[in-house]
Design a protein around this ligand. Structure first.
Ligand code: AMP
Length: 561
């Protein structure tokens, strides 16, 4: 490739294949959302060009010393797209994107949009079981990752995944190739930029899938959620409006940017949409974040309840000037009313509680809600077209004020998971409502209060753990005969995971927490946060009359520790 080359796009044959494996909105809904102007009919690549045109030299992204203007971002995305195209990535290809919070993630994401390729938002903590699964399930052509992050060598992981995933032709490392320099599958991200190159329009439709997000799930591996250009941009727009983002907004990205919460709720994309500035925090350490707030004039940030005690502590002692900060958004797990009140009292910024999900629905408090609503509720859906039903176990709507399962249908909530024929039968009603598994109460004002969950999932400081996935992995441990994973309250994490373990009779001694941490990460190849926080050894597994593990009986044991 030489500067100025135009890379020809290929027919988007694969776009059809991922698109075809995800249930679309019924035609009458799609038409309605278009007619109402909710779906604006633009791809993210076209949007990036519009933003570059409108906000050109304004700063779009700050990553340490690197500052990219909107024009830089658009140009770099094109130059990287040209290099990605030259190694065979075309419209419709899935590409795993596993990078820490960095400009590389943002540019890489838009470079893939330039080609009509589909980034798969892989979490930095994911290990060979998860990444191998994602690569195989999506037929990913490439895997973009880093060299070493949090003392973990991602190149080794990538080499392993490339060995087992037949379609994975290229590994792209943002950093040093190390021992893999001679491996022809490996490329250095920085070497793929083609200065001055152009890429041809891949000719994809705004109703094509623009990315695959991961669901915390309740069974097996994470479920994949396809979000279209149109639906995700609408999500951006309404989330940004709820937080009143504008070109003066400066958003500090603290949590991993691959999370839907940080990426689009309102997060990075909604800030870019209106010409604001995105600042990428290199760490979640509140001291570092506070310094960045002062240096960059941050107006909004988003954290989870796990970080709240640290932010409150730092607030007490730090000298950083936080006067620019207008909004502290908190969600991903339930914030206690007590801590919410402390945030309201101890920061000058407005607390904005949210309830969101990668599947779509996003709720947030209004900035001018009275302090009681800000402290005790998780907000109101951001779109008037979000159809909410709070239902009893028979699917009948319960009156306002009563607890029921939150179900939703709307212009940016999925109609089915990727390859989800079986899962969709359980997760959706016949008329297309997504059953969230979250228990809520709705107030007459429309505000929702999360009161629990019926899905078999543990929310460990915002990281979702599917109990059955971890149980399945632990059952392969030679010293474990039976195991059940449950969540119990934890003052730091909100919830911690407890494994009730029945040891094998042959075990010399029951496995400890440390044994299981090593086993989960190294042998089972799962993210470390999925390892049980506590191990409780029991003689036998309590069973229901139907012979299933009786988690209610175990739940009663939780309090007895
Ligand atoms: P994810 O798709 O990983 O963002 O997870 C979405 C799930 O996180 C929701 O279905 C809820 O179970 C949980 N969640 C998100 N925000 C809150 C919140 N404010 N309070 C309680 N649970 C929450």
């Amino acid at each position: 490739m030489t500067p100025g080359d135009t890379v020809m796009a290929e027919a988007p044959t694969q776009a059809a294949s991922i698109r075809d494996r995800i249930e679309d909105w019924p035609a009458e809904y799609a038409e309605k959302y278009r007619e109402l102007g909710l779906w604006e009919g633009k791809t993210f690549s076209a949007r990036l060009d519009e933003w570059a045109e409108a906000y050109g030299s304004s700063t779009a992204v700050v990553d340490g010393d690197l500052r990219l203007s909107y024009a830089d971002l658009a140009r770099r995305a094109t130059e990287l797209a040209a290099g990605l195209r030259s190694i065979g990535i075309v419209a419709g290809d899935a590409v795993l994107l596993q990078l820490p919070n960095s400009a590389d993630f943002v540019v890489g994401w838009f470079a893939l949009q330039r080609l009509g390729a589909i980034p798969v938002h892989t979490q930095p903590g994911h290990r060979h079981a998860e990444v191998g699964y994602l690569a195989t399930a999506t037929g990913a052509r490439a895997y973009v990752t880093t060299d070493v992050f949090n003392r973990f060598d991602h190149r080794e992981l990538a080499a392993h995944v490339a060995d087992v995933a037949p379609a994975l032709e290229s590994v792209i490392i943002a950093g040093d190739l190390g021992d893999h320099a001679g491996d022809e599958r490996f490329h250095q991200l920085s070497s793929l930029y083609v200065p001055g190159a152009e890429v041809a329009d891949p000719g994809i439709s705004p109703s094509d899938i623009s990315m695959l997000l991961l669901s915390g799930g309740t069974t097996g591996m994470p479920k994949l959620i396809g979000r279209t250009h149109d639906d995700y941009a609408y999500n951006s727009r309404v989330a940004g409006e709820r937080s009143r983002l504008d070109s003066d907004s400066v958003y500090l990205a603290v949590l991993p940017i691959a999370f839907n919460y940080t990426w689009n709720c309102p997060g990075i994309l909604a800030t870019l949409r209106v010409g604001g500035k995105v600042v990428l925090a290199p760490s979640q350490d509140p001291a570092i974040c506070f310094e960045l707030i002062e240096q960059e004039g941050v107006t909004m940030t988003a954290i989870n309840p796990q970080l709240v005690p640290m932010w409150l502590d730092e607030r007490e002692f730090a000298e950083a000037d936080l006067s620019s900060l207008k909004i502290i958004e908190i969600g991903s797990a339930r914030l206690s009313d007590y801590e919410a009140r402390r945030i309201i009292d101890e920061f000058d910024a407005t607390l904005q509680q949210i309830l969101g999900m990668s599947e779509g629905l996003f709720c947030a408090t209004h900035l001018d809600d009275d302090p009681e609503l800000l402290a005790t509720t998780q907000g109101v859906p951001v779109s008037p077209y979000d159809e909410i039903r709070v239902v009893d176990p028979d699917g009948n709507e319960v009156p306002d004020g009563e607890v029921g399962e939150l179900t939703v249908r709307g212009p940016y909530t999925l109609r089915g998971y990727f390859d989800g024929e079986e899962q969709n039968k359980r997760a959706f009603t016949a008329d297309g409502f997504y059953c969230t598994g979250d228990l809520v109460r709705r107030l007459s004002s429309g505000h929702l209060i999360v009161s629990g969950r019926i899905k078999d999932q543990i929310n460990r400081g915002g990281e979702k753990i599917a109990a059955t996935e971890v149980e399945g992995a632990l059952l392969t441990h030679p010293d474990i005969r039976a195991v059940a994973l449950l969540g119990e309250p934890d003052s730091v994490l909100g919830e911690r995971s407890v494994a009730f373990v029945v040891p094998e009779t042959t075990a010399q001694q029951p496995p400890t927490r440390d044994d299981l941490l090593t086993f989960v990460e190294s042998t089972a190849g799962l993210a470390a946060y999925k390892a049980p926080d506590v191990v409780r050894v029991i003689d036998e597994m309590p069973l229901t009359p139907l012979g299933k593990m009786d988690k209610n009986a175990l739940r009663q044991l939780l309090g007895d520790a």
